[in-house]
Design a protein around this ligand. Structure first.
Ligand code: DQA
Length: 145
């Protein structure tokens, strides 16, 4: 089964960006550890700081892949377009946030994505991506191998 992981703006800086909030591991290092946990999954990974590119990627994978894990980062709180793209595609989408957005500034409590996503994981660090993949493998038509 194919699962897409999509990261939004500034997540290319994970590892050095506000490590007290987001940890000290780069996403690339985490991704290399994640992939062997799911040998039956064909992963794709896409990161962009540009809103429309995230919409394009959702449309590209969203009718073909078994599931999508997305951390829209700051666009979570502003992007009607990303919420609409998630509603438009057929693949189930899990929204992930590394930090607990509900325990931070007020504006981070607003999500244009949560209501369109199958579910949301936040506050569990990078582990949230792994838990999201587990759910997709178990529930989105795939099997562990
Ligand atoms: C984030 C939370 C967002 O509020 C923030 O803008 C990010 C990262 C998270 O993973 O905790 O860039 O999505």
């Amino acid at each position: 089964m194919k699962i897409a992981i999509i990261n939004g703006p500034n997540l290319n800086l994970l590892g050095t960006r506000e490590p007290g909030i987001y940890g000290d591991k780069s996403f690339e290092a985490f991704y290399e550890q994640l992939k062997p946990l799911f040998p039956g999954v064909e992963f794709s990974y896409f990161q962009s700081n540009v809103e429309g590119e995230l919409v394009n990627e959702l449309q590209r994978v969203g009718f073909e892949y078994a599931g999508v894990v997305i951390n829209p980062a700051a666009y979570t709180h502003t992007s009607v377009a990303i919420g609409d793209a998630i509603a438009a595609i057929t693949a189930p989408v899990i929204e992930v946030h590394i930090s607990n957005v509900h325990a931070r500034e007020e504006f981070r409590k607003i999500s244009h994505v949560s209501a369109k996503a199958k579910g949301t994981i936040c506050g569990l660090g990078m582990k949230g991506y792994e838990l999201a993949v587990h759910w997709l493998v178990a529930n989105a038509g795939g099997v562990f191998s």
